[in-house]
Design a binder for this molecule. Structure first.
Ligand SMILES: O=P(O)(O)OC[C@H]1O[C@](O)(COP(=O)(O)O)[C@@H](O)[C@@H]1O
Ligand SMILES: [Mg+2]
Ligand SMILES: [Mg+2]
Length: 341
């Protein structure tokens, strides 16, 4: 039987054989993976570890923080502060960037994360996760500032997530396809369990929070109405629906068996482009999805082409099986054309 391939060996091969990553980036990814293992331990303890429930505080976006949001954020900050060639970090749970102190020469990477995605699922024992994105610090002549982070997603050096579900699975791209690693709890290492992940171009499964239906824009209503009409409608096939309400779990399903995920703009908060965060959620997931042959747009344009103007910027998200994402994007473009005409 072939020897299992650990995350470390996979990264060493990406570095040595394929020249895709530097040893500094390899180290950084290993530190993030180690932090995810520690978060997985807290998640698994649940009520025994007193990690469930609210922390009684709010984050910069005005959302109530769960204890596990804060614990996961601290674990990631602590692990990466000394661990891996970083200039600074940014997190969904922190108001502003965290500059890595006193390092000479200054680290060349920027790390962004949603430390705990799917917070509403923590207390009910449903899959949650950590999402991360790595950028390069473009200008190394001066100190680091928030401005350094405002790069489009296409400039990501690496991205991934770790889903804490029935298995703990780390999913990673360094721009050379998507690989999945399952945590072997007996040995404590992430083992390569899937490589060259590929999303089918067509699907019969969509993911959207249907309770927001009355607030959607017409192109989203049109797309979902057609799915719901099934065999008898214009699509000529029946669709299934799934909504975990943890983006990591919904994206993991799509990377595993295809599907389309929509979190569109809606009328509840009309001044916000969407609910999900561009830098911590949409960009890393878009990178993974594109690397697996899928597509990711905000209904108008490729997510990874958007140049952010603020760290905590929000965005509408449509991602997954290519033909479905192209269809719902086309509906948005057609609706704009009608408005303009
Ligand atoms: O409860 P809703 O509105 O359906 O939102 C679910 C979405 O919110 C999120 O939970 C937001 O993530 P956080 O838990 O990191 O705030 C996404 O993971 C998910 O897709
Ligand atoms: Mg999230
Ligand atoms: Mg979160």
């Amino acid at each position: 039987m072939a020897q299992p391939v650990s995350l470390t060996r996979y990264l060493v091969e990406q570095h040595r054989k394929h020249g895709h990553i530097t040893s500094e980036l390899r180290l950084l990814i290993e530190v993030v993976a180690r932090a995810c293992k520690r978060i997985a331990i807290s998640v698994n303890k649940g009520a025994l570890g007193e990690v469930l429930g609210s922390a009684g505080s709010e984050n910069v976006q005005g959302e109530v923080q769960k204890k596990l949001d804060i614990i996961s954020n601290e674990v990631l900050i602590e692990a990466n502060e000394w661990g891996g060639h970083l200039a600074a970090m940014a997190s969904e749970e922190m108001d502003s960037i965290h500059v890595v102190p006193n390092r000479y020469p200054q680290g060349e990477f920027l790390l962004l994360f949603d430390p705990l995605d799917g917070s509403s699922n923590i207390d009910v024992n449903v899959s949650i996760g950590t999402i991360f994105s790595v950028l390069r610090k473009v200008n190394n002549q001066r100190g680091v500032s928030e401005e350094d982070f405002l790069q489009p997603g296409k400039q990501q050096a690496a991205a991934g997530y770790c889903v804490y579900g029935p298995q703990t699975t780390l999913v990673l791209t360094v721009g050379d396809g998507v690989a999945m690693f399952t945590l072997d709890r007996e040995t404590g290492s992430f083992v390569l369990t899937d490589e060259d992940v590929s999303i089918p171009e067509d699907t019969k499964e969509f993911a959207i929070n249907m309770s927001n239906m009355r607030h959607w824009a017409p192109p989203v209503t049109r797309y979902i109405d057609e799915c719901l009409a099934g065999k008898e409608g214009s699509r000529g096939k029946d669709f299934n629906m799934r909504w975990v309400a943890s983006m990591v779990a919904d994206v993991h399903r799509i990377l595993t068996r295809g599907g389309v995920f929509l979190y569109p703009w809606d009328r509840r908060e009309p001044n916000k482009p969407g609910k999900l965060r561009l830098m911590y959620e949409a960009n890393p997931m878009a990178f993974l999805i594109e690397q697996a042959g899928g597509a990711a747009t905000n209904g108008e344009r490729r997510i990874m082409d958007i140049v952010p103007t603020a760290l905590h910027e929000r965005v509408a998200v449509m991602l997954g099986s290519k033909n479905e994402v192209e269809r719902v994007t086309r509906y948005h473009v057609e609706a704009q054309g009608q408005q303009a005409g």
